[in-house]
Design a binder for this molecule. Structure first.
Ligand SMILES: Nc1nc2c(ncn2[C@@H]2O[C@H](COP(=O)(O)OP(=O)(O)O)[C@@H](O)[C@H]2O)c(=O)[nH]1
Ligand SMILES: [Mg+2]
Length: 488
């Protein structure tokens, strides 16, 4: 009997490669398996090539939109808003994979808090000291009234003991930090990534789901949140399950740590600085630590994971009955990642440059001497003056306005960090207009082609407001696009 094989009977090469007559059963099985694998790989390559050809063919009339800006400016969050608007089902499909990110965000925040506390364990009197910063211009404004400490007053010894106990009880949970990081990055570590951030490549959601979290059943339903709740199966990944169980057991401890007077005091004095996502998930720990936790859309918008390289997302956008495919390129924004943007400049139609205006008191993770607003302005200068981009439709998002508002309300003074702000009034309206004027000036100075700059004040975690702005951006891009591409 003939065994099914990739070797043809008549082909001379096949004849030469033919298995020997003395082949054992075991060898035969191994050979057939190897052949099947080779065939599978060959077919996969053919499929990929076919897909790529198809993609190139279709791309001709497409819109290519780049999301640019420094790390943590809000690019990936904006991409999620596009996804929510134009491909809501796809966000549902990857909802379960965000559980890993949210858990990782919580564990990483706790680890950070405990490590900062460690430096204060020996000298708790430090809690009552004034902040000492070596960085020029950095430090909390002393004239501002510190917010009152939460919880009842405690003596130092009791506080230290309480923290030591919490540290001990939380240690098994903290120990999962590295494994979760590994799970998300697929074992790839990136050097120079600052405080142990995790980078993910395009398509990580699908891989995380396939590899670890089990399947998702699709059921049609009118309400997307309903679909996801009803259809996401229990995570299959034992690690994620285990972390979920630990979070459940540790909920009270996490709550206690987060509300501990020492922690609150360090935060008020800005010796402990937490990113917005840390605060968000710790505030919602009751929900996140629940046994049947599935990230809500709001959780997904707040979850933080750094993009590596350039991730492409496609959407079909319908306008006036015409369907056009949009390619959204979400890039890694850290300095070490910026060279990866350039190959995408050639045929880009539009750019949304995202600048976080709340970052006036922050410095780059990759270069702690550079103020983040300064970096954004420098980067914007490069984008505006780049010859490859001179005909690109340019949109500026002055983002994180909600955080800016909160910082100003808390009493942070812009002048302390940006001396040129001078004695202007420290209110929201004056501050945003001041930053806007700087960006407009950069644009004006680098504008040979007299192109228009569209600016928006945004908070891209706010779905309703952002979707309205996206609609607006879409219309303005389409207008320019139809004129230049003469698409009929
Ligand atoms: N409160 C608030 N958080 C934001 C805003 N934009 C982004 N974030 C959060 O900031 C973090 C970094 O955002 P991300 O989109 O990952 O930045 P990227 O590095 O530019 O892709 C995430 O945790 C987001 O949820 C905003 O306008 N307001
Ligand atoms: Mg990103």
């Amino acid at each position: 009997m003939r065994t099914p094989s990739i070797y043809s009977q008549d082909d001379p090469i096949s004849a030469a490669l033919k298995p020997s007559a003395t082949e054992t059963d075991q060898e035969r099985i191994a050979r057939l398996e190897a052949e099947a694998e080779a065939k599978r790989i060959s077919e996969q390559i053919d499929d990929d090539l076919r897909e790529e050809r198809e993609r190139l063919r279709r791309r001709k009339g497409d819109v290519k939109l780049l999301l640019l800006g420094q790390a943590e400016s809000g690019k990936s969050t904006l991409q999620k808003q596009f996804q929510l608007m134009y491909k809501p089902n796809s966000l549902d499909q990857e909802r379960a994979s965000w559980t890993t990110v949210v858990y990782f965000n919580v564990v990483h925040s706790l680890k950070h808090i405990l490590s900062i506390l460690e430096s204060w364990d020996d000298s708790l009197e430090g809690v009552n000291d004034e902040p000492s910063s070596s960085r020029r211009g950095n430090g909390f404004d002393q004239s501002a009234t510190p917010s009152p400490m939460e919880g009842s007053p405690i003596d130092e010894a009791t506080g230290t003991l309480q923290i030591a106990n919490l540290r001990r009880r939380l240690s098994p949970l903290i120990a999962t930090d590295e494994q979760l990081a590994n799970r998300l990055s697929g074992g790839i570590t990136v050097s120079g990534s600052g405080k142990g951030s995790v980078f993910v490549r395009s398509g990580w959601q699908a891989r995380t789901i396939e590899n670890a979290l089990g399947r998702i059943k699709k059921k049609p339903s009118a309400d997307p949140e309903q679909v996801s709740r009803a259809s996401v199966e229990e995570p299959h990944d034992p690690l994620v399950k285990e972390v979920g169980r630990m979070l459940q057991l540790c909920e009270a401890d996490i709550h206690e740590l987060w509300n501990h007077p020492i922690v609150k005091s360090l935060m008020t004095k800005r010796k402990l600085k937490l990113d917005e996502w840390s605060e968000f998930f710790l505030r919602h720990i009751h929900r996140v630590a629940a046994p049947d936790y599935i990230p809500s859309t709001d959780d997904i918008l707040h979850a933080r994971i750094q993009t590596m390289g350039v991730a492409e997302h496609t959407f079909d956008v319908n306008l006036h009955g015409k369907n056009v495919t949009w390619h959204l390129f979400d890039v890694g924004g850290a300095r070490g990642q910026r060279h990866t943007w350039v190959p995408y400049f050639d045929d880009a139609n539009a750019i949304i440059f995202v600048a976080p205006v709340s970052a006036f008191d922050q410095y780059l993770e990759e270069d702690p001497r550079t103020n983040r607003i300064d970096d954004s302005l420098q980067l914007f200068t490069q984008i505006c003056s780049n010859a490859l981009l001179k005909n690109v439709h340019l949109v500026l998002f002055l983002n994180k306005t909600d955080i800016l508002r909160a910082k100003l309300e808390r009493g942070l003074r812009v002048k302390k960090y940006i001396t040129s702000f001078g004695d202007r009034s420290n209110d929201y309206e004056t501050v945003v207009q001041y930053f806007r004027a700087h960006f407009l000036q950069v644009h004006r100075k680098n504008n040979e082609n007299r192109r228009v700059l569209y600016t928006h004040f945004t908070s891209v975690v706010d779905t309703k407001a952002t979707q309205r702005i996206i609609g607006n951006v879409r219309d303005s891009i389409f207008r320019g696009y139809l004129q230049s591409a003469a698409l009929v």
